[in-house]
Ligand binder design. Structure first.
Ligand SMILES: [Zn+2]
Length: 104
């Protein structure tokens, strides 16, 4: 039956969770987005760190590997909200990563 084919493809797609990018607010597959967590810095603020294996504990934010999404997230302070941290957030690690992705 035609319907069976439809339900199979729906199920396959459903196995990959969807996440919302904190930059552009678009939904994407978790495999296409970069997980970002906040690590406490010695200075008292937080450092944004990528979590490519999606294994670090704690809250995660999701971001496209796109400089536009990164700057948009920074402008709206979306990381602080998504990760429930306040104070300074150092995004230089992510800046370098996204830049490197764009060049490759
Ligand atoms: Zn995005």
């Amino acid at each position: 039956m035609v319907q069976r084919e439809l339900s199979v493809s729906t199920r396959v797609r459903g196995e990959i969770p969807e996440r919302t990018c904190v930059g552009c607010r678009q939904k994407g597959l978790a495999t296409d987005l970069l997980r970002v967590v906040a690590r406490e810095a010695e200075s008292g603020g937080f450092v944004l760190t990528s979590d490519p294996r999606r294994r670090l504990p704690g809250r995660g934010a999701w971001l496209h590997r796109d400089p536009k999404c990164l700057s948009e997230a920074g402008r709206r302070r979306a990381f602080g909200r998504a990760l429930r941290v306040s104070g300074s957030l150092d995004s230089s690690e992510l800046d370098r990563l996204v830049e490197a992705t764009e060049l490759s």
